[in-house]
Design a protein around this ligand. Structure first.
Ligand code: UD1
Length: 430
């Protein structure tokens, strides 16, 4: 798969079909990316089982190769050998392509004692500084210099540290874990991110030989080691991909089951879907959503660090609530420019007013008894970031007529086989 796959291509979505059935959820991009960085700590061969070929994964593979490692798919498994890693410079074109390349910094510092990185890129969803990463590194004994458009880091004097993050940044938490896990130091990290992907990273690092406890809580204790061993790992299912299928079920008045998921990781999303009137049935590792004839609005959805409502599901829920009965208010607290999908939704007839971090969505379903689901209108749509593009696809499933969705290069960063999965539930996408 080419890294530019999807650029200029479109999906044609013939909306208005009720989705019904069951779909399996693949591993999470946000769990796999830091684990790919963690393979640099092992000096041997790691296997990521059932690793989806997201374009962000392929970018990480390119980074690992450029650092001197090898990474190839063997069927669905990604096999990574990092024995010969000796380069500590992450190529500029890669950092521009994928913001998560910043996550290689901690591993490279532990592995090579130094690291260089061009200023990061990725989804255009507001300013995304890395000050928290760098502050934590400094506290751990890393020297940092900012040269033109490159950050130069040297792990001259790594030491045991007590680090407090002023904000529970996912990336900063992962970088601290990676640097500490691969060094002979002890670190106590307070106010870390508690996302499930952090717990998955802890699982990988512990299998490799580190001693980490507390991921998912308010405090993580890390005892690192220079002697990491080979690991075979299958990452956790993607909770945002699961949310995408559930939202597709809700917006089409459907009955959709996602399987192979961790339902407790979906709690905040399921709570909001329940408020819309959807029936949610959790059984083992499956969640079934049965949509009502008419969706209710939700008073207030405010994005928060985990276990709050995830910013990555905000766009999806906005699509759903644009056809509900009544007004819903969103507050986007995590990123400052994450409503690009809203303008596209208004092109479909959605009634959305933006005011800074707030969005008011007046659902299209009006009348006393509502008369069923509101309907958007199919049109040409341009996805501008990963989750926003998925949200437009979800909206198009509800729309009257055909929608053309562009911006697929964003979608492929974190979804594999979404159109096929939706078609297996009865959608008409080509
Ligand atoms: C990760 C996820 C992304 C998700 C986000 C929040 C990956 C690959 N990406 O991104 O899908 O939307 O968590 O759940 O896992 N911030 C600073 N300074 C820093 C670091 C962050 O100000 O040094 C700010 C960011 O600008 C942003 C907020 O903190 O406004 C959250 O960022 P962070 O939790 O770090 O998200 P990412 O790791 O970038």
């Amino acid at each position: 798969m080419n890294l530019n796959a999807g650029k200029g291509q479109k999906l044609l979505i013939n909306g208005g079909r009720r989705l019904e059935g069951r779909v399996k959820i693949h591993s999470a991009k946000n769990a796999i990316l830091p684990i790919l960085a963690a393979t640099l700590l092992t000096s041997s061969t790691s296997v990521i089982e059932d690793c989806p070929r997201f374009s962000d994964v392929l970018s990480s593979v390119d980074i690992i190769k450029s650092l001197g490692g090898s990474a190839e798919f063997d069927g669905d498994n990604l096999v990574i050998n990092t024995e010969n890693v000796d380069n500590f410079r992450i190529p500029h074109n890669k950092t521009r392509e994928m913001r998560s390349s910043v996550i290689f910094l901690g591993s490279l510092l532990a592995r090579c004692g130094q690291a260089r990185l061009g200023l990061p890129g990725g989804c255009e969803i507001g300013s995304r500084p890395i000050d928290l990463h760098l502050k934590a590194f400094k506290q751990m004994g890393v020297e940092i210099a900012d040269r033109h458009d490159e950050i130069v880091c040297r792990a001259t004097n790594l030491k045991n540290s007590d680090i407090h993050l002023n904000f529970p940044s996912v990336g900063a938490t992962e970088n601290v874990m990676l640097l500490a896990a691969g060094s002979n130091i002890k670190v106590r990290l307070t106010n870390p991110a508690k996302e499930p992907e952090i717990v998955d990273l802890q699982a990988f690092l512990n299998k490799a030989g580190a001693h980490i406890e507390g991921a998912g809580t308010n405090e993580i204790l890390i005892q690192g080691t220079k002697r990491m061993r080979a690991v075979e790992h299958r990452s956790i299912p993607d909770r945002i991909v699961a949310a995408t299928y559930l939202c597709a079920g809700a917006i089409t008045g459907g009955d959709v089951t996602v399987s192979d998921v961790i339902p407790s990781d979906l709690q905040a999303i399921l709570e909001v879907l329940r408020e819309t009137g959807c029936e949610i049935d959790v059984r083992g590792d499956s969640v079934r959503l049965s949509a009502p004839r008419r969706l209710n609005s939700v008073d207030y959805i405010c994005t928060m660090p985990h276990p709050g409502f995830p910013t990555d599901a905000q766009a999806l829920m906005m699509s759903v609530l644009s056809v509900a009965h009544g007004a819903s208010i969103f507050a986007e607290n995590m990123f400052d420019n994450r409503y690009k999908h809203a303008e596209e939704l208004t092109h479909m007839g959605a009634d959305i007013t933006l005011d800074g971090r707030l969005a008011v969505v007046r659902g299209l379903c009006s009348g006393v008894d509502g008369g069923g689901l509101g309907r958007l209108s199919g049109t040409r749509l341009e996805g501008r970031d990963l989750r926003g593009t998925a949200a437009l696809i979800v909206a198009a499933l509800n729309a009257q007529g055909v929608s053309e969705v562009y911006g697929l290069e964003h979608l492929y960063r974190g979804y594999i086989g979404l159109a096929e999965g939706l078609n297996s539930l009865g959608a008409d996408i080509c």
